[in-house]
Design a protein around this ligand. Sequence first.
Ligand code: SF4
Length: 401
Amino acid sequence: MSATFTEPAESPALLLLGQRRDLLSERGVDCPGDLPAPSDPDLVERARKAKEKLGDRVFVLGHHYQRDEVIQFADVTGDSFKLARDAQNRPEAEFIVFCGVHFMAESADILTSDEQQVVLPDMAAGCSMADMADINQVEDAWAQLAEAGITDRTIPITYMNSTAALKAFCGRHRGAVCTSSNSETALRWAFDQIGGVEGDGKVFFFPDQHLGRNTAVLKLGMSLDDCVVWDPRKPLGGNTVEQLAAARMILWKGHCSVHGRFRKENVDALRERVPGITVIVHPECAHDVVNAADMVGSTEYIIKAIEAAEPGTAWAIGTELNLVRRLANAHPDKQIHFLEDTVCFCSTMNRIDLPHLVWALESLVAGEVPNRIVVDTQTQAEAKVALDRMLALPAPAPAND
Ligand code: SF4
């Protein structure tokens, strides 16, 4: 028996998300017009028809962490950076429907032409990591560092997983964007501008402290003591001027809520349970987890490693569950384990579901452009400076979250 849940009108006590701190945002984002019911048996056919009607006018991008029900309609799949480049390489597509999260759609808007319109099927698909580095907090932190006399030998580097405003900040201050696969090259490039890795210059790294720390320690040979964390809620980020002056990496206190769930104990438990298992994790995981793993790399790196693995081998994967499940289904000849023992998807990625995709595609067919993501001209220009600096780095930059 199935029933449709209806919240009682006279007593709107039950909130489907969160804890009643922000009633408007916790109820999600409304779609103007009719959002199909998830139970509609015609959803697949409706998506197929709408896409067929739009033809080459639409290009659907599907991030690796998206649900299978959405991925089946993607023209290309990939990490956020690859998808933005794919959109850039499809100038004839009038509409880019980005099945991913908000910062990814922003990057696509920055890299595509003004004629192309980028659509995010659900505006509630944000990224908790990107949201942890608010531009006003970052500007305030930079002002404090300037007062402490530190900014003239500090280069800001932001991970691709950040808002366009933060990328623009890096563009304005001699900095660049990096991905999880070129973070080493980007950090070396930054240090080269301020006396080299052995000098006394610093990198201010946003928003993911783990990627910054893992890269500095495991790739650049720094020590954990070379890294300090900047907590935006504390004066001087919770440090003394002396600590900041001595640090080589100032790491913004941000993390991915999905990759932050993996623990070293998960690695130890799986090794005990499955002798000979290979543990592969994303560099957004905490430093002790990365240290305990056998391999570390971006989603593209993880996908390639599993594809290249011998049949019969056992793997524990520490990244988002939609991707791990898809890999397990695609490689039944290999034993694939999810590194954590509880099931946890990226909740914001999962906001994009088939009803929202159908709604977005059918709106485009009807001549309306829903949920368009537009980055203002100045932010776009400054963010592009930081992105172009990354693109000019010697190593290719193909992969990211
Ligand atoms: S997996 Fe983490 S970094 Fe990626 S969108 Fe979700 S919260 Fe953001």
